[in-house]
Design a protein around this ligand. Sequence first.
Ligand code: 5AD
Ligand code: SF4
Length: 588
Amino acid sequence: MQPLRCMLPVQRALHWGPWAPVSGLLLSPCRAHSRLHSTACPGPERPEDGVRKDFSSRLATGPTFQHFLRSASAAEEKPSFPAAEDPPPYLTADELRGRQRKVYLETYGCQMNVNDTEIAWSILQKSGYLRTSNVQEADVILLVTCSIREKAEQTIWNRLRQLRALKTKRLRSRGPLRIGILGCMAERLKEEILNREKMVDLLAGPDAYRDLPRLLAVTESGQQAANVLLSLDETYADVMPVQASPGATSAFVSIMRGCDNMCSYCIVPFTRGRERSRPVASILEEVRQLSGQGLKEVTLLGQNVNSFRDNSEIQFNNAVPTNLSRGFTTNYKTKQGGLRFAHLLDQVSRIDPEMRIRFTSPHPKDFPDEVLQLIRERDNICKQIHLPAQSGSSRVLEAMRRGYSREAYVELVHHIRESIPGVSLSSDFIAGFCGETEEDHLQTVSLLREVQYNIGFLFAYSMRQKTRAYHRLKDDVPEEVKLRRLEELITVFREEATKVNKSSVGRTELVLVEGLSKRSASDLCGRNDGNLKVIFPDVDMEDVASPGLRVRAQPGDYVLVKITSASSQTLKGHGLCRTTLKDSSAQR
Ligand code: 5AD
Ligand code: SF4
């Protein structure tokens, strides 16, 4: 199979380009055909397809320039899929449909990828595909990938090696098995993946999921297909993700995509593109639907969730400058106007007072007082804030281009704790960034001790191509030093988290039950307001709504749990009564 040779110049122009790309079609001058067509470039003949010849001849006489112009204007109106209603000229409507083929989706990386998996599935389901949880019976295997660190990508390469065996062994009678790479790795490596792993049939970047039915149709003719265009406005606002597990108590709701911060170590702005927010109305609609389905918790998702800014409608306050946290700056020109995160949070939290609201992942710069006050006042907004610090050294923070010093960060922590008593804090840290000295590392250790986070995500630095650090800094901390520093950070984090969590012993926590504990079928497992796991025996208890009645708590119920012991990651206790979020807040 030939790699895709014909698409790079266009992509580069589009990557951070000033114009919104055509959604669903990548325009690419292909030398092989010397006319405009989609991302599919025919490779050498394969015996498996008689279809291919037919497809190639249609492609040769295929899409005209007019067709692409038509597609471009149609994309501006954002039609909802299935595209089968309007197939490109080189495909029939039937070829665009899934025809009951079974798709196996595997997710790697962050919560954004979990949500993206459901978006991709929603699009494929509408197109007539079926989903399977058994990789052996799949006709299409799609990996939703992550590029944040080298290790994340290595996992995918290893997985591809296993899948190669599956593809080779596949019986001819079952038809070919198609394998696709979705998400950040497709975006970062582009045709390099197709060169390295010839068995990969399809690439779709994070903004190209609407194009999946067409890309899969193209692979049916034995060609590789790719769309790695980044968009300035794709938010999948009209694609309601299909929630994977029907019995789930909580769901993710994507509210914005991309990142404009350009922290010097981070690949995300290059794989997920510019910041853009989903219109408030469509977010509220999705949360209403989830509440109607009985879900009890939503987590608003975005790479910079609290930088949310819906500019889709003209607002009276369009010239209002953005309030940042005190002592924080941005790497970009300050933006103005639009509906901000506080507005959205206010609206979302009013939908269902019994529904817990969380959000992740925020940037510390976007915590103005109105957001903090709202979290404090609203009972169903969890008093839990993720505040990624990355380092405790102002020198390293500057090299990372985080836009704050250690002092400003610590002041923000104090301000948050004063504004929201009892708030639970979590953070991300990177060990061994370029130029980090032992003294810098000790500053991070001391920040962990000073703040005493409840939850921590700690990583060894992994240099990523394209980033500012890659171009301007030296990855000069030896691997073994990075790992030793990481170990030290983990140890200190655990010590401090254990201390904080132990202070909960004797307290009563409101727990949203998720189900049986994985370790013991006689225990229930849920999460407290701070998002810590709480384990307690599954026994009859009082029901506040019906005094005298004894009940067994079910997934989705709120239970007051008296905490009896704590570790760095879990609380244990016993259930006092089943209650509601409203009742328990009234008692506080
Ligand atoms: N190396 C290590 N960790 C990284 N992160 C982001 N980029 C890198 C990198 N190149 C971490 C940051 C971020 C989290 C999602 O991943 O801590 O907050
Ligand atoms: Fe990466 Fe920084 Fe953007 Fe987070 S804020 S996604 S760390 S560039």
